[in-house]
Design a binder for this molecule. Structure first.
Ligand code: 13P
Length: 250
């Protein structure tokens, strides 16, 4: 089955109004007729402005986190309904930086993903092993445990995307080989089979993230179980991001 690739830019904590809207404009312009779906996930301060820039384009808008409740006394948090209200279709959840910086647990990620689904958002759920876990030979068991804990019962191939992001590859310029990454993707797909069934696992999009760049994207994206990328640093330069977009073919 062919899955349409998804190339997603995670801008993390980068971008002010002027450069953020200029970047979105350049991506919208250059991403016309792309061979894949495109998603950009700016910081929450830019969601409204970027949404305006993207109006009329096929590029989708995502946030980088959400709370699990609809509203209430949670200072500083943003609900899934607020993200829908500002025009988001997706939300990244359980990124390793949130797990590390904010102590997010698998069960919190699952709660957030379930709330995102209820609000009508597609949850991009991130998993990935640390370097120590990889060196100890624990990659597959770590990923299995993260999937068991972080992917809620409500997950389907339509409302969920999995992002495999080895923690040691994020922002380091290092990556697993394309074959090694593909092995983990195949493991993720097989592990979720019990949950999603034949059709669901065949349709599930699994993105690779961690130092994906113009120079390595084609190799990674050519792997059978790699259905796109979650791009950090290279998403901050329109030229680099669009070069990765061009490398993604169904
Ligand atoms: P880099 O592409 O900067 O390694 O970041 C990957 C990432 O964390 C995307 O979510």
């Amino acid at each position: 089955m062919s899955r349409r690739p998804l190339i997603a830019g995670n801008w993390k904590m980068n971008g002010l109004l002027s450069d953020g809207t200029a970047l979105a404009q350049a991506v919208a312009q250059g991403g016309k007729d792309a061979p894949c779906d495109i998603l950009i996930c700016p910081p929450v301060t830019l969601l409204g402005a970027v949404k305006s820039v993207l109006s009329g384009s096929a590029i989708q808008l995502g946030a980088q986190d959400c709370h699990w409740q609809e509203k209430g006394a949670h200072t500083g948090d943003i609900s899934p309904q607020m993200l829908v209200d500002v025009g988001c279709s997706h939300v990244i959840l359980g990124h390793s930086e949130r797990r590390a910086d904010h102590g997010e647990t698998d069960s919190q990620v699952a709660q957030k993903a379930s709330a995102a689904h209820q609000a009508g958002l597609i949850a991009v759920i991130c998993v990935g092993e640390t370097e120590a876990q990889r060196d100890a030979g624990d990659t597959m068991s770590v990923i299995s445990a993260q999937l068991d804990g972080s992917v809620p019962q409500s997950a389907t191939s339509e409302n969920t995307v999995i992002a495999y992001e080895p923690v040691w590859a994020i922002g380091t310029g290092r990556t697993p080989t394309a074959q090694e990454a593909n092995q983990v993707h195949a493991h993720i797909r097989a592990h979720l089979h019990g949950r999603l069934g034949d059709a669901g696992t065949a349709a599930l999009r699994i993105l690779y993230g961690g130092s994906m760049k113009p120079g390595n994207a084609a190799d990674l994206l050519a792997q059978p179980d790699i259905d796109g990328g979650l791009i950090g640093g290279a998403a901050l330069k329109a030229e680099d991001f669009l070069s990765i977009v061009a490398a993604a073919k169904a």
